[in-house]
Design a protein around this ligand. Sequence first.
Ligand SMILES: [Zn+2]
Length: 64
Amino acid sequence: VKARHHYTRNTVSAALYCKKCGQETQHRIDGGRKGPCLPCMARLEANAANREPETEERQEVLFA
Ligand SMILES: [Zn+2]
C-alpha cells in the first residue's frame, strides 16, 4: 500500500504518453490520480461545443 504512486497535491497536470496523440502530452491529475489527456479533452470539448451551444449556461451553473 505504501508503494502506491501518488502525485503531489499541487500537481494538476503531468506529462504522460497518450496513445491517441501518439506522443507525450499533459494529462490532468485528479486528486493524485492520472486523469485524461488535456489535448484529447480539449478536442472533445471543442466537438461538444460545436454540437451544443449551451456551454456558457452550464459554466454559469458551475460557478454560481
Ligand atoms: Zn491525447
